[in-house]
Design a protein around this ligand. Structure first.
Ligand code: SF4
Length: 268
């Protein structure tokens, strides 16, 4: 995309200090390999371990504050911090300044630095574990967030019997570009209008036998969505938005982007 340039979100940016997001994807892949070697357990068990850690926010914060030699976990957290620190520049400032009301109504907004790190490893592990089943499913659906569309345009997306479909009115719109890429890989792209996922999945399974889900969302929401799909025993893959810039996080709407090469890579 011609307008692929660094952007910063409320809490994270996959550009870090680089001009592209390629270094992030390279680092997260290498880091996941290293963690798997360190834990010396199969990927599904490593995923359970990483998920359990990320749910224990207090313990993560306390352990991250200890020196690396304090424990194996402290060593791992320091190591992860060393690799990923540039990608979460706004977490502490956001936690200090976000309104109390927002925190009560939307728990995802409370994610700590350590949780962001673990979420990054989690989506990489989920993609690795589910890839084969995802590609072998009868029907693959992608749920895209509205914040990827060009904000200044009068979007022509309209619903079919499943959800909203991009009608390709603007060449430079990210949703259009992603939709074309996904269709080439036999994934059906929809702009998610927050219809109930539970009833949508039920309906699609009834029609198609087996289904798989691809998600694109901000880091926190992506991981929450992946967990929901896994709970429903559905193969799921996905990649995060390059930065969290929608009205949920910022005081307004700011365009965001996604790494199309990284998306293509998980589908090949
Ligand atoms: S290209 Fe698709 S998502 Fe983008 S503005 Fe047009 S219809 Fe909406």
């Amino acid at each position: 995309m011609e307008d692929y340039k660094p952007i910063v979100g409320k809490t994270y940016s996959l550009f870090g200090k680089d001009a592209s997001t390629e270094p992030f994807y390279r680092k997260i892949s290498a880091l996941t390999d290293d963690i798997l070697a360190l834990l010396s357990i199969p990927e599904p068990q490593a995923l359970e371990y990483i998920q359990a850690l990320s749910k224990d926010k207090r313990r993560m914060k306390k352990t991250a504050g200890k020196p690396p030699e304090y424990s194996a976990l402290a060593h791992m957290l320091h190591w992860i911090d060393h690799v990923l620190v540039d990608y979460t520049p706004g977490v502490e400032q956001h936690l200090k300044t976000a309104s109390y009301y927002k925190f009560i109504t939307d728990k995802g907004l409370l994610s700590s630095r350590e949780q962001y790190y673990l979420y990054m490893i989690e989506f990489e592990l989920v993609n690795r574990i589910h890839r084969e089943r995802f590609l072998g499913s009868n029907f693959r659906i992608a749920l895209l967030p509205y914040c990827l569309k060009k904000s200044q345009t009068d979007c022509k997306a309209s619903p079919d019997e499943i959800d909203y479909l991009c009608r390709g009115c603007l060449k430079s719109c990210y949703i259009n570009q992603i939709s074309m890429l996904l269709r080439e890989h036999e994934v059906n792209p929809y702009i998610w209008s927050r219809i109930s996922l539970k009833s949508l999945f039920k309906k699609l399974i009834k029609i198609n036998g087996s289904i798989a889900v691809l998600g694109i969302a901000c880091m926190v929401e992506l991981v929450q969505g992946m967990r929901l799909c896994m709970k429903a025993k559905l193969p799921v893959m996905g990649i995060p938005l390059n930065a969290n810039r929608c009205a949920r996080w910022m005081d307004g709407f700011y365009e965001t982007t996604v790494d199309l090469s990284a998306l293509e890579k998980i589908l090949n």
